[in-house]
Design a protein. Structure first.
Length: 364
């Protein structure tokens, strides 16, 4: 049993550290996922949405440090109870999301390893079994070092986590797993390759036959029946190929200008997904950068999901003299974890990407 506990200890500890680090690398992205969980269609706790980022930071740091505590054998009773309560909560949450199809990706491993709701649930079931083994065999969780070193190890772990978190919040994630990372061509990531799997649909035809409603299911052909036709429902039973970028569209007064922007040689793009929550202190640096870019023949644009009234107020407040265009808010949040954020595109390829705090580091 001691050997089994040792294996479970290493597996659970490493997994918690890995999962915590991936989310700590992108706490803003994890906060977006928590906002989705807190929203009305899922858990319906809208009061927590404004605190999603704080909760995300505390949760992932606690998750990561719990993994360290388990590996070094510190406070084994507290650690075992904490692991058990966390995994029970997340197992319930992933089951709820999977069964009711509420959240399509749990965010357990951030954007590094996307998991479907059912994959997340099965992963949590395996973790629950491993943690139960540890919980009922705590006596075999022996400390690796003398007790006096454990407290220092945990203290330094907390401090390192908070320092790392502060760094990625004030700049950008150190590891970028999203399709808009530096070096990627946006247009290429939007292409559906020839011969890619197409979605499969099931058609449920409803008829009234001999006074009763009956449903006939097939792949699309109108059923040859004599009853009264009531209606038809289309259900997707198998998802087709979805390109890494599938929701990036730039809309202007003239319509869709996505292709125009992605084929322009030099573009300086400012991304502000929501002007109401944007960080106003960043706009002086943005305006200075925009002026420099125009002297070097860059096309300067801003993308936002906010309405024209908010755009006009922002332009007037900071004397911004570049054009604003509309884009999907979720897509803009995915592009860059800053509000505002900055991208330099060369013929649709992401050449540079920065937080507004690092606007002076952009090389034009």
């Amino acid at each position: 049993m001691k050997a089994i506990v040792g294996i479970c200890r290493v597996l659970v500890g490493v997994l918690f550290i890995f999962s915590g680090f991936i989310k700590l690398n992108d706490p803003v992205g994890f906060s977006y996922k928590l906002q989705e969980y807190f929203s009305e269609p899922v858990l319906d706790i809208p009061a927590l949405i404004p605190f999603a980022l704080i909760i995300a930071i505390l949760l992932v740091i606690f998750e990561l440090v719990l993994g360290i505590m388990l590996l070094i054998g510190f406070a084994r009773k507290f650690t075992s109870w904490s692991l058990l309560l966390m995994i029970i909560f997340f197992t319930f949450l992933t089951f709820y999301s999977a069964y009711f199809n509420k959240v399509t990706d749990c965010g357990c491993f951030g954007d590094a390893i996307p998991l479907t709701p059912w994959e997340s649930f099965y992963k949590d079931i395996v973790l629950l079994i491993l943690i139960l083994v540890l919980f009922f065999n705590q006596k075999y969780i022996e400390p690796l070092f003398p007790q006096k070193y454990h407290k220092w190890a945990i203290f330094l772990s907390f401090m390192a986590c908070f320092a790392f978190c502060y760094h990625v919040l004030m700049h950008l994630p150190m590891l970028d797993f999203r399709p808009y990372k530096i070096g990627n061509n946006i247009a290429e990531k939007m292409v559906v390759p020839e011969g890619a799997q197409e979605p499969v649909y099931e058609y449920q035809w409803k008829f009234k036959l001999e006074g009763e409603e009956k449903i006939i299911t097939n792949q699309g052909a109108y059923p040859q029946v004599s009853g009264e036709f009531i209606g038809v429902e289309t259900v997707q039973i198998e998802e087709g190929y979805v390109p890494p970028i599938h929701d990036f569209v730039i809309e202007g007064p003239e319509g869709d200008i996505t292709t125009d922007i992605l084929t322009t040689d030099k573009v300086l793009m400012f991304v502000m997904y929501n002007i109401r929550s944007t960080e106003m202190e960043g706009y002086q640096a943005i305006q200075d950068l925009a002026k420099e870019a125009r002297t070097k023949n860059y096309r300067v644009i801003a993308l936002t999901a906010s309405g024209e009234d908010l755009q006009s107020k922002l332009q007037e407040k900071f004397d911004l003299d570049f054009d604003f265009y509309q884009a999907d808010e979720t897509a803009l949040k995915t592009i860059v974890r800053a509000n505002p954020g900055i991208l330099v595109l060369r013929s649709g390829t992401v050449e540079q990407k920065k937080h507004w705090f690092d606007a002076s580091d952009i090389k034009l």
